[in-house]
Design a protein around this ligand. Structure first.
Ligand code: HEC
Length: 172
């Protein structure tokens, strides 16, 4: 396995977290949480896509998703369950991560747990204000990403890497 993959994955996950967070914060500051939901809906995917370069696919997932496109696959669900257990048992020391190298396909996967902070409960919490609730069900009729408390596992960054095909040598 290429030695730098875990390091690169951490950097990409961090970049995604930072860009989402600053986009969300400025949207909430300008238009409140209802505007935040619309901006999240429009911006989350393009931000993830803009960071998906050089063989990487960068995204987020959860055991309870808001956007069905973020639903976990079998490996992701296993890691999320493990993260949730570690967090509820308070045994988590440092960041909760998972990596997987597939020798056969030469591909790499990485996940990092995302906890629920206080601001997150505005849109993912137990007591959500009525206008926010209405905006969520308007944009995400199948939402199941509410009911989280501060300190709960909200989800995870999930990254996939495959080697990029080597371009054909024009000299040959
Ligand atoms: C203004 C409302 C709002 C706030 C505040 C908010 N989110 Fe979200 N969150 C959303 C929306 C809307 C989506 C769906 C985005 C999409 O369509 O991909 C989402 C999706 C997610 C996802 C992807 C998985 C899924 O459920 O689809 C994670 C993980 C997540 N949020 C974590 C957080 C965390 C952690 C915080 C606090 C730092 C937070 N959110 C704060 C509205 C919010």
């Amino acid at each position: 396995m290429p030695a730098s993959l875990t390091k690169e994955a951490r950097e990409h996950a961090k970049a995604l977290g930072q860009q989402l967070s600053s986009t969300l914060q400025s949207a909430i500051k300008q238009g409140g949480p209802v505007a935040g939901i619309r901006v999240c809906k429009e911006a989350a995917m393009p931000i993830a896509q803009s960071l998906s370069q050089d063989g990487w696919e960068v995204g987020r997932t959860s055991l309870r998703v808001r956007n069905p496109d973020n639903a976990p696959d079998t490996w992701e669900r296993e890691q999320l369950r493990r993260f949730a257990e570690a967090m509820s048992a308070s045994v988590a020391k440092g960041p909760l991560e998972a990596t997987q190298w597939n020798e056969k396909t030469q591909t790499f996967r990485y996940m990092k747990a995302i906890g629920t902070g206080e601001v997150c409960t505005t849109c993912h919490g137990v007591d959500i204000a009525d206008p926010v609730k209405a905006a969520i069900s308007q944009h995400y009729p199948e939402d199941s990403a509410t009911g989280f408390s501060e300190g709960d596992l909200r989800g995870a960054f999930t990254l996939f890497w495959r080697p990029e095909p080597v371009p054909a040598d024009p000299a040959q």
